[in-house]
Unconditional design. Sequence first.
Length: 269
Amino acid sequence: MDNETKKIVKVGITGAGGRVGKIITDGLAEKYQLTLFIREKQPDTALNLKIVKVNLSKAEEIKGKFAGLDAVIHLAANPGTRTPWETVLADNIVATYNVLEEARQSGVKRVVFASTNHVQNAAAMGATEFSVSPAFTQRGIPLKLTDPPAPDSYYGVSKLFGEDLGRYYSRFFGLEFISVRIGWAAPKIPPPVLKRTKEEEMHVRGLYLSPGDCVELFIRTLEVKTNFLIVYGLSNTRYPIFDMTETKKLLGYYPKDNEEEYFKDSKPA
């Protein structure tokens, strides 16, 4: 069976012990044969899945680990927006190169890359971490995939690197690559209502991604026919920071949840 018609059955998930990793592992476990790759954070062992401990920044450790997989969902990264360059270089940039190169060497059909809203956040944000720019607040015009990148941190820069590296591997090596610019993947239990300004609250709500929508989003990334794609990962929100029109069209992803259902049960801090 050739690469174009092969059905994705066996899926590896890097960073499976992280917040998004736990959400999608739980949601994908009945549909795919999963292998979980971790470094320190532990996944849900109750699912009784194969777990491989590996430091993705070390090429010798990852070698051969993807053998037999149809797809790899690459979530592993250091997500801190204030993380120093040396750490970002190892955990996000070198590790992503190692993942794509090992996927190529192992005959993996597709890599789904967890990118981030931080690749464009500086275009939507003001001087503080959460404040939305006056232009966005007043006009309410979401950013589009066609708008230029505007990373707000080394973390954001590293994810742009991953997207461009994926484009290169797709174009020159035939590796199918989908990048998901994830908003804010929220856990199932609503958080306390934090002390935020109106702009900060609007920003968090505008990036909301529910667990159910998150699972459906990644299922679509594994099933859609494409060679290369960049999409957004949001649920329905009243004031989305990113325009989901192209994502819905290209990916066939139609979110069912909204941030009102999540925040209505939030408790005071």
